[in-house]
Design a protein around this ligand. Structure first.
Ligand code: NDP
Length: 322
């Protein structure tokens, strides 16, 4: 109807999103960038909210096509795929989905760390291949028992990872730009100094320009030959060619990666290495957690058009003018 609230639903199909809005909303679904061009000018002029249902690039040129845009409700806690500075300049609120995924992603990080150290994936292959009948699986070179972990990023998820390491009796230190309020672990303002002091890095910081290839050859060399790198942040945070070289040469021992520089493309060199565990960006990807995230995408938009503050706006787009 003429007074419907028109929403663009952009990205992968999500039943929770498609079915989550009452009849006063008119939904316009575009899965692919090419679908956006098929939206008529009349509809484009009416769009007041965009739900971004996956990590699909949502840059200024895309957002600028909707002159009545008020809110971009983005799926995921990381929003490096959304042009939030354009949104801030144009008084458009951006929301993300923090908290509801924190414990799931921390579980993934700990599971990936232990699987990397104790070689669970390689050991599984040993059973499946029938080799077990001939020979015991060799002792793992790695163990959680003799390690100190440096967490890169001590925000919501970093702190949930640290709690799990506490329970596992593993000492924790961390690097971030500023000390995290209310956190007692030793803070290293200098990443290289921390990499020298520990043998394990778990990376859980935002992507984007300020963290681009933060984990570079120098950091990996500082981590040393017992070194293990776990990345559950963004692929952009690690210098991937430098990591491949460090794994090939024994500069570090092993890596567990949930994220890659050019997803879903994973370099052949990485896939050929025996000392890496590779996951297809599944940090939060369980039915229960993904459905909570999808619901929060819906609830932020509903709160906004009910005239309430959005539930989880990002700090770059404070709510004003309402
Ligand atoms: P928070 O915002 O709560 O924490 C971010 C942390 O990173 C803070 O400690 C912050 O401290 C630190 N940080 C930010 N920028 C830098 C920098 N340039 N150098 C060093 N440290 C930095 O975020 P969450 O814990 O909720 O999430 C973290 C990230 O994890 C998300 O942005 C997302 O990219 C990723 N993620 C990945 C998932 C996956 O599926 N693999 C799932 C969920 C999240 P300070 O500002 O003081 O530097």
């Amino acid at each position: 109807s003429a007074d419907a609230i028109d929403l663009l639903i952009y990205g992968p199909t999500k039943p929770v999103v498609n079915e989550g809005f009452p009849a006063c909303y008119a939904l316009h679904r575009c899965e692919q960038p090419a679908d956006l061009d098929r939206l008529g000018d009349d509809i484009r002029a009416r769009i007041r909210g965009v739900a971004v249902t996956g990590l699909v690039p949502t840059q200024a040129a895309m957002l600028a096509r909707y002159p009545k845009l008020e809110i971009v409700s983005s799926f995921g806690v990381g929003y490096d795929h959304i042009d939030s500075s354009w949104a801030a300049q144009h008084n458009v609120v951006v929301t993300n989905t923090p908290d509801v995924l924190t414990e799931e992603v921390a579980d993934t990080a700990l599971g990936l760390l232990i699987a990397t150290l104790r070689e669970f994936v390689q050991a599984d292959a040993h059973v499946r291949s029938g080799l077990w009948a001939n020979q015991a699986y060799p002792l793992s070179k790695g163990s959680l028992r003799d390690r100190m972990v440096g967490i890169v990023g001590m925000g919501r998820i970093g702190q949930a990872i640290a709690r799990r390491l506490d329970a596992s009796l593993v000492p924790v230190v961390y690097h971030s730009r500023k000390p995290a309020p209310g956190v007692d672990y030793k803070h290293y303002p200098d990443l290289i100094a921390m990499a020298k002091a520990v043998d394990t890095l778990i990376v859980i910081i935002p992507g984007g320009a300020s963290t681009l290839r933060l984990i570079n050859a120098e950091v990996l060399a500082a981590l040393g030959p017992r070194g293990v790198l776990i990345n559950v942040a963004r692929g952009s945070v690690v210098d991937e060619p430098a990591l491949i070289a460090a794994l090939q040469s024994g500069t570090i021992l092993a890596a567990g990666l949930d994220v890659f520089a050019d997803e879903p493309n994973v370099p052949d060199e990485l896939r050929a290495l025996p000392n890496v565990i590779l996951l297809p960006h599944i940090g939060s990807a369980s039915v229960v957690t993904r459905s909570a995230m999808d619901q929060l995408v819906v609830d932020n938009i509903k709160a906004w058009f009910d005239g309430k503050p959005p539930l989880t706006p990002i700090p770059e787009t404070p709510v004003k003018g309402r």
